[in-house]
Design a protein around this ligand. Structure first.
Ligand code: PLP
Length: 385
């Protein structure tokens, strides 16, 4: 087979994204207005949440979410070690302290048992950032029950998990606060962007105020209502996190294709499961939900300790073959800032360590052709066996 070039991630922009962007440009109103409102409304409907607030990143959504949940300086927050730094840095923004938890090998999720063990060791923790890793929902029924009993508030980091379901319910509809990412390589994109959803009206009001400088009226309202636009009050020291209409226009077009994109990624996952399961020196990801309920943002394999090839060499050889890969993640307990500040030791995170020693994410996105998938699987077999 001729050498192919297969990037790790790819963006798909449909005709409607162009159409909606043109509408925004023609309107002469480029910041947050009608398109952002429409995107919020449609996104809330899609996930079955009462309220949605569009922002300029998932990090911003997480920051606004933990603020609205009422975190105070010195508060401790459970967060998985196997995640992107945004899940933990927002705790530091508020002068809180992350309390890192190990994950389950294979799903990279915090399980109810891991949470219970964490609570036993740290009964004073008051918040949990739960990451729906890779597109698969965490066990929210049990986790919500445990958290209610222990008086722990939940912030869902659903950066990977749109659209994703658990027992027939969409991630984003569990009634807590869920934050989604529309970064360029996510399941749907706005370039940069994020969305916070909740069923709690007071929380939503706080998020909307803090999203725009702590001003008691949003920009659109200031220029469309009868009250003069100059008349507003600042009721808090807020942030500048609103999503411009140009980004929302892209989001509206992407939203229309979200389920199609998801089902395309599922086909890729199914191909990998079928064609890679006989390679002894790798572990494939564990899927505990029906395939249709998984957003399939990532397909992380683990090259086991008994392999003759290191992860580093594997990635190099895949790259030589023209195939892009990535690593999700180097766990946070290994990152200098967290390791030194909290004196963290790898021995406290055995599953994350076992994963980290060999984790590699394979390309997974719509329109990967059968020929490309065959090429990827053949390269993996050639390198590893
Ligand atoms: C688990 C997780 N949380 C949060 C984020 C932050 O998302 P954003 O780039 O939209 O701020 C990311 C981004 O990759 C992520 O993977």
């Amino acid at each position: 087979m001729d050498k192919l070039s297969i990037p790790f991630a790819k963006v798909f922009i449909g005709e409607n994204e162009h159409k909606y962007i043109k509408e925004v440009l023609d309107s002469g109103w480029l910041t947050t207005a009608g398109k952002a409102l429409e995107f919020e409304k449609k996104f809330a409907e899609y996930v079955g949440a009462k309220f949605a607030c569009a922002v300029n990143s998932c990090t911003a959504a997480l920051h606004l979410g933990i603020d609205a949940l009422g975190i105070q300086p010195g508060d401790k927050v459970f967060v998985p070690t196997m995640t992107f730094t945004a899940s933990a840095e927002i705790i530091r923004y508020m002068q809180g302290d992350p309390c890192f938890l190990d994950i389950e090998y294979g799903t990279n999720l915090i399980t109810p048992q891991i949470l219970l063990d964490g609570i036993k060791k740290n009964p004073d923790v008051r918040f949990l950032v739960i990451v729906h890793y890779g597109g698969q929902s965490a066990h929210m029924d049990e986790i919500i029950t445990i958290c209610k009993k222990s008086n722990i508030k939940i912030l869902e980091d659903a950066a990977h998990s749109f659209p994703s379901r658990l027992n027939g319910k969409m991630v984003g509809s569990f009634g807590e606060v869920a934050c989604f990412s529309f970064y360029a390589n996510k399941t749907i994109t706005t370039g940069e962007g994020g969305m916070l959803v909740t069923d709690d009206e007071n929380l939503h009001k706080r998020v909307k105020t803090m999203r725009l400088h702590g001003i008691n009226r949003d920009i659109w309202d200031r220029f469309t209502s009868n009250v003069p636009s100059w008349e507003y009050d600042v009721i808090e020291a807020g942030y500048k996190y609103n999503m411009p209409d140009i980004n929302a226009a892209i989001g509206l077009g992407q939203l229309e294709q979200a389920e199609f994109f998801r089902s395309e990624r599922q086909k890729v996952a199914e191909y990998y499961f079928k064609h890679l399961s006989d390679i002894e020196c790798i572990d494939l990801p564990i899927c505990n939900v029906p395939y249709n309920d998984h957003a399939w943002h990532l397909f992380p394999i683990v090259i086991k300790g008994n392999s003759e090839i290191s992860r580093h060499l594997f990635i190099e050889k895949m790259s030589e073959a023209g195939i892009g890969t990535s690593v999700h993640y180097k766990p946070l307990h290994r990152m200098t800032y967290y390791k030194e500040r909290y004196n963290l030791s790898p021995s406290d995170f055995p599953n994350a360590e076992k994963t980290w020693m060999g984790n590699v994410s394979l390309p997974i996105y719509p329109f990967l052709k059968e020929q490309e998938l065959e090429y990827i699987c053949m390269a993996i077999k050639r390198i590893l066996t």
